[in-house]
Design a protein around this ligand. Structure first.
Ligand code: GLA
Length: 695
């Protein structure tokens, strides 16, 4: 059933993936028109449906209102434009002319041209399991200004009502889940910062207001892009909602012409019928199967020195931490900021990527050797896209940063953004990174990006706006090249915590630094929002010290561990100063994590109770015949009796053994009645329960 067919007679394409069907047709005027998105339908069903979808027309609406596959500006089309072009003679209205199409496996390309001007538009559709990927390609034989080029417009079925799910945030408070009735009119989720941003994340999910974690139809759209982006939901009084999105931002124009085509990033769409839980699981499956470069690998337990030492790094101090980390059975040791140039604080040195010899008299090789000798991999923090004005790089190349000639150069965190769209800057970055990784045997880079763009100009360049797209493309190209040339290299994406988490960066890195906020309670909420789309196997989470450096909260070590063990566990505290008791507990919990790691990193996530108050938070991972349940209770109120926790995703016909307690539970009882948690009394109690399916 899965596959793509073209119904010639009706000029209809039907695409059926793992979770449903998507269909479009050519209108009489050749414009690509949306037909259907939802549960699986046969070709015959789609043909019948095509006859039933009468266009809305009352003289003031456009004939295909909201149903353009890539809603183009011009003529009698008044919907939110996904494609806006301006030809040299001032003409704006695009008129579609169908040329041909090609189906290669699960990939459909439909080629169009403008009826008069030499502009070609190719719409791409690619089935990826339950997800449909879409993107757009533009090319032209004359110069065309492209005011907006979205990857796709997604039209939802007409529902009684619509609700949007998305995340908002800020530094140290990323991915806060919001659910809100969809406003009528246009709602824009966007980043104009040149990076994905902490403030919004490029995805939105839509339901009719009745979906729950376990039930109901959920539609999702996500964009694979790490620069500025824009997703617009449009809800009309005719009862329709569309989501259109792509890279770019208002006021920034792309130029397409001979030798300069434009390809948009992928917009991924997902329909699921099993509530928000099934939607997230389907996204996670997609990310693992089609996005992450090494999905089969288990991510190592890392140690990172940032919260322990800040900028005060020395070879001796790092060696001491590395020895402790190895004793705790960490597998990767990451030296964070402060190892290069005059980087003794955030005021200087960014851009001068040579080892600070006062701190590391013989370079990094002795430390790298010691770390390898301790049986760990060696990782290093870098921030290639940035420069401190107080640096040799900036003194030599003040023109390498984004800037306008007659404007101030606004500093954030005392740094400026290098213009990676410049080939000389990108070549410089490749040169030092390639050498650094090659010469030091570096296994892992934490690639940071600690400020948004400002004064984003490129004096002397004819088409300055292209830096918005090409900066991100150059970062992608550099990551791809480094990974190709150093196949053992693994990369963590970071932008002041979670400022660069998206499907684009996940396609070329191995994990993301979820947030600079490592407070266990805040993390439960951040991780809850993160996990709506992205999988736990890419979610870096550290155990750090009390009081927390962002929130000043103190939380018991076991609770801190349990929260971090729900993702890619890392240690980020000053472990040299941990007590013998804490070290013993840490040792035990690292070992437990390694045991459950395949279930956490590769399993299916079931959210049992979300972090909505200070009561119970619970979720579970299921992988093959193994189940791991995480439960957290922040505060115990009124000596309330504990309720059994009803599980999901277990097999009702099987029994499950808890190897720690020795108890056996019937799957049917776990589903219908629940698991007795036996959480310790008092505040901040937590538990990790393992269950093994018995034959
Ligand atoms: C950012 C990162 C931190 C740390 C610092 C170093 O804030 O998110 O984890 O690496 O930079 O300056």
């Amino acid at each position: 059933m899965a596959g793509i067919s073209f119904l010639d007679e009706h000029r209809i394409w039907v695409l059926t993936g793992d979770s449903g069907t998507y269909a479009l047709r050519l209108g009489e005027d050749d414009a690509p028109i949306h037909l259907y998105w939802g549960p699986a339908l046969s070709d015959a069903d789609v043909v019948e449906l095509a006859g039933k979808t009468l266009p809305w027309w009352d003289g003031f609406n456009d004939p295909d209102e909201g149903l353009g596959e890539l809603a183009a500006d011009g003529g009698t089309r008044y919907w939110t434009p996904a494609l806006q072009v301006r030809f040299a003679d001032g003409t704006r209205a695009l008129e579609w002319r169908y040329e041909d199409h090609k189906i290669t496996g699960g990939h459909l390309r439909i080629r169009f041209a403008d009826r008069h001007y030499p502009l070609r538009i190719t719409l791409h559709y690619r089935l990826r399991g339950a997800v449909l990927e879409r993107w757009t390609e533009l090319s032209a034989d004359v110069d065309v200004e492209v005011v907006r080029a979205d990857s796709a417009t997604w039209a939802l079925p007409v529902f009684e009502d619509y609700r949007l799910s998305h995340v908002t945030g800020r530094w140290a408070a990323e991915t806060q889940l919001r659910r809100t009735p969809a406003p009528h009119g246009e709602t824009v989720f966007a980043s104009r910062r040149g990076i994905t941003s902490h403030h919004a994340n490029p995805w939105v999910m839509v339901d009719d207001g009745t979906a729950t974690e376990r039930h109901g139809e959920v539609y999702g759209v996500a964009l694979a892009w790490s620069g500025s982006w824009r997703l617009t939901t449009t809800r009309s009084s005719t009862g329709r909602l569309t989501v259109s999105g792509g890279f770019g931002q208002d006021g920034v124009v792309h130029r397409v012409g001979p030798g300069t085509p434009l390809t948009t990033p992928v917009s991924a769409g997902l329909y699921t019928g099993g509530g928000f839980g099934a939607a997230s699981r389907a996204w996670h499956t997609y990310v693992r199967a089609h996005v992450l470069p090494h999905p089969e690998e288990l991510r190592p337990v890392l140690y990172n020195s940032w919260e322990a030492t800040g900028f005060d790094v020395t070879e001796g101090g790092q060696r001491a931490l590395a020895e402790r980390a190895a004793a705790l059975r960490a597998e990767l040791f990451v030296l964070d900021d402060g190892w290069f140039g005059a980087r003794t604080g955030d005021h200087a040195g960014l851009g001068d990527w040579h080892v600070n010899r006062e701190r590391f008299p013989d370079g990094l090789k002795p430390l790298a050797g010691a770390v390898h000798g301790l049986g760990m991999r060696f990782g290093l923090w870098v921030e290639p896209e940035m420069v401190n004005p107080d640096s040799d790089l900036y003194r030599t190349h003040p023109d390498w940063v984004l800037h306008h000639p007659h404007r101030r150069r606004s500093q954030l965190r005392r740094q400026l953004v290098l213009n990676f769209a410049r080939p000389d800057v990108a070549a410089w970055a490749h040169d030092w990174l390639d050498r650094l990784v090659g010469e030091h045997g570096i296994d892992f880079l934490k690639w940071d990006m600690n400020r948004p763009f400002s004064e984003a100009g490129w004096p002397g360049e004819d088409d300055q706006d292209r830096l918005w797209v090409e900066h991100t493309r150059a970062v992608y190209a550099l990551l791809d090249r480094l990974r190709a040339d150093h196949p053992g290299l693994r990369i963590e994406a970071c932008a002041g915590g979670g400022g660069r988490i998206d499907l684009g960066v996940l396609a070329r890195t191995d994990q993301v630094w979820t947030s600079d906020n490592t407070d266990a309670l805040d993390r439960l909420r951040i991780q809850h929002g993160y996990g709506q789309l992205y999988p736990a196997g890419a979610m870096a989470a550290w155990v750090t010290d009390n009081p927390n450096f962002v929130t000043a909260r103190s939380v018991p070590l076991r609770f801190r561990f349990h929260v971090a063990m729900a993702g890619v566990l890392g240690l980020g505290g000053d472990i040299v100063r941990w007590s013998a008791e804490d070290l013993a507990l840490a040792h035990e919990l690292v070992a437990l994590y390694k045991d459950i790691r395949p279930v956490v990193q590769h399993g299916a996530l079931y959210r049992l109770r979300p972090p909505v108050d200070d009561g119970l938070v619970a979720f579970q991972y299921v992988h093959g015949d193994r189940v791991v349940v995480f439960a957290f209770r922040q505060a115990a109120h009124f000596n309330a009796p504990e309720r059994p926790l009803r599980l999901e995703g277990v097999d009702s016909a099987h029994r499950y053994l808890d190897p720690d307690s020795g108890h056996t539970h019937r799957g049917a009882v776990l589903l219908a009645h629940g698991l007795p948690l036996g959480l310790p009394t008092g505040d901040f109690s937590s538990a990790v329960v393992q269950l093994q399916q018995k034959i």
